[in-house]
Design a protein around this ligand. Sequence first.
Ligand code: GTP
Ligand code: MG
Length: 451
Amino acid sequence: MAVKDDLRTPIVCVMGHVDHGKTSLLDNIRGSAVVSGEAGAITQHIGATEVPIGSIVEKCGNPGLLDQFVVPGLLFIDTPGHHAFTTLRSRGGALADLAVVIVDINEGFKPQTIESLHILKQHKTPFVVVANKIDKIHGWNPQKDSPFMASYNKQSEHVRTSLDNKFYEVIGELYNHGFSSDRYDRVADFQHNIGVIPISAITGEGIPDLLMVLLGLAQRFLESNLHYDATGPGVGTVLEVKEERGLGTTVDLILYDGTLKKGDTIVVGSLDEPIQTKVRAVLKPRVLSEINVEDKFKQVSKVTAAIGVKISAPNLDGALSGGSVRVATPETLETVVEEVRSEVEDVQIDTDQSGIAIKADTIGSLEALVNELKKEDIPIRKADVGDISNRDIVEVSAIEDPFHSVIVGFNVNILPDAKEKLQSTNVKLFMNDVIYRLIDDYKDWVKEQRA
Ligand code: GTP
Ligand code: MG
């Protein structure tokens, strides 16, 4: 066996509660490559880190394994908080092929840990759990970049007991949320049992194990999903819409199929008509050693999936986070516009005659919120992406039913003028960055009002 050309890099989403170590984990994976000086090895993309298969087997101390794998590497996605997964949607589901749920072993489960698990279960996405920050266990004797078992065996008896206790709390919490799990080296069937890997994102302990388990999962469950046509038209998902000095409005996207070139005509999802525009520049971040260079990006003429890139193009202002970006030719333009339009409408139009209003930061998180509210039979009159505006308040304040004169905002802000307006109305506002908290708060409030 050897790496197959027609397989794209699997996309791995890193999820978990704030501060539990998502970014540190990727920093560690990247950093060690920089230290070892492998030219052109692990690269940083926009919103993503690409680890080629060669670097993974090397990091695992076993280059001989190289010919056992057919995937070209792993592309890790990390965005702040736990929203990468819901933002990264594609038609009919989630874009991420695999996920890593990170939990601080000393703190245990938090609301966003639980939410991450629910989302993964719903999408049937294979995942592993990492119990991070083992180096903070009292008395820990760090073994830089060592596989977990090698490090564990070097710890004193009471440190091992302390780790075991904390570790089994994580297993217990997983069980309470409906997942059977075990330490990864004891898991025979990763489809029925979640593997849990103790790691430290700071010392690198356990990271070789994590990479091996992910590769194993990718090989086992994904090969048939990863075939792609590198020469076909590019398809991607918008991670973020950003102003950049000198470039105007740009979009950061994950390209997951085909090729995207400078000069291509693209269609981008928007709440209004899909945007049609021409790619002015395809931009990659400069590598760490070039960080002092005046501009942060370098232009390339084309990119091939899977990869994270920034593009600049005219008229990107209304681009939708989580919306799609599709390359079109004069022949396909009409069909592609229709496709992009219906992708946005799929999420938007399915609302009721009367009900509450909801807002979320991306189309994917809006979709997740809609799904959860429907499960609870809470009717939705209007579902929209963006911060809560004055107009939202005015609109909702005109609704007579007090139980529907409500706005539920997921991971959004309220604009200053809207905040002021809110004071003079009877609109009830719920905001949170955890979906089930929002739903519980709404239900509790309804109960209170009815009592
Ligand atoms: P958000 O992006 O804000 O959601 O957080 P995050 O999950 O990306 O966490 P981040 O990697 O920024 O880590 C938060 C803090 O924990 C930082 O101060 C890290 O240095 C620290 N940290 C992360 N992993 C470890 C670890 O394994 N050991 C120790 N001792 N500290 C860690
Ligand atoms: Mg982070």
